[in-house]
Design a protein around this ligand. Structure first.
Ligand SMILES: [Zn+2]
Length: 324
């Protein structure tokens, strides 16, 4: 009914609503009526009365046009037939100084066609917030898009003062590799004025071209492994016990090298192989004792991971345990 009210510009009102029926009417004097009530012949509800005739004027302020309804209404339209140029222009007009970049495929252009290749979005409000007071910490990750158009979503996320996630910028690309990450980071560098990356710490799973891309675009930045990614992936061969996970986290949190080595020794008593597996991830990139003072916060990964979980794009990967 909300969709009907919005598309027809009619301010429908709910005149009756109880457990067995709802009745919608339009403005006073308009013959429109819609009664939906329990179907006595079986389970469920049926439209019992429907008069679609109106004699009222269209309205431009419609109480049925709530945020949730509008989002639902436009979501499928935009997902299935994205009018990207129009969307980009709308962002530029309604959010001045935001960065929106759309790349078209050069191969397709050579054939005289226009085919979408990549899109980058960074809202000005997010830029300003980051520049004016957020810690110089940026999480990077990618995930698959499952909708009509497929491709991959790459995101940059910071943390606000309450350690809640703070989206900075995102791109839609065909796939995650050095080329697409480099393209993304070049744009991000420009949006956030990151220069050569001095004093910025990135955190990621360091996979699929990401390591190389960060090194090329922001050579003086720090780059850390997300320990939650290690926790989820460090050994496909050996069954990881709760105790092993505990030593992994204590290793990561060690503030001096001797402590780190002690934790590894404890872990080695459970399994020598598991230590070898773990050390395939260079400790310089995930253990606190090797970090400079700019980067001591590791548990940003949890919030960062939640962004993706919230977007419900992550069902393939196992969620991290809350207590890890
Ligand atoms: Zn009406």
């Amino acid at each position: 009914m909300n969709f009907y009210a919005i598309t027809n510009s009619k301010p429908l009102k709910l005149r009756k609503s109880d457990k067995i029926r709802v009745r919608y009417r339009c403005v006073v004097g308009c013959p429109f009526v819609c009664l939906i009530s329990e179907d006595k012949k079986g389970p469920g509800f049926k439209i019992k009365t429907l008069k679609t005739e109106h004699n009222c004027e269209d309205v431009f302020e419609n109480p049925r046009a709530k945020t949730k309804t509008l989002a639902e209404y436009f979501r499928s339209k935009v997902q299935n037939n994205p009018k990207l140029e129009a969307y980009a222009n709308e962002i530029r007009e309604s959010n001045p100084d935001s960065d929106v970049v759309i790349n078209l495929s050069k191969d397709a252009m050579a054939e005289g066609k226009r085919r979408f290749l990549r899109m980058y979005i960074c809202f000005n409000a997010m830029k300003l917030g980051f520049k004016q007071g957020l810690r110089p910490f940026i999480g990077l990750d990618g995930t698959f898009l499952k909708g009509h158009c497929k491709g991959q979503l790459l995101v940059d996320v910071a943390q606000d003062c309450q350690n809640h996630f703070y989206p900075l910028a995102w791109v839609v690309v065909d796939k995650e590799n050095t080329l697409t990450w480099t393209w993304f980071l070049e744009l991000l560098k420009h949006s956030l004025n990151l220069k050569d990356g001095t004093s910025i710490t990135f955190m990621s799973d360091m996979q699929n071209g990401l390591l190389e891309a960060v090194r090329i675009v922001l050579p003086l930045s720090n780059h850390r492994f997300c320990v939650r990614h290690i926790d989820a992936n460090w050994s496909k061969r050996i069954r990881i016990s709760g105790e092993m996970k505990k030593y992994l986290w204590w290793s990561a949190w060690s503030t001096y090298e001797e402590d780190f080595k002690d934790q590894l020794k404890n872990l080695g008593e459970l399994s020598v192989d598991i230590v070898k597996e773990l050390l395939r991830y260079p400790p310089q990139n995930w253990c606190r004792s090797y970090f400079d003072t700019l980067c001591i916060k590791l548990d940003g990964g949890q919030q960062f991971y939640r962004v993706l979980q919230l977007l419900d794009l992550r069902s393939k990967r196992q969620a991290y345990p809350e207590d890890a």
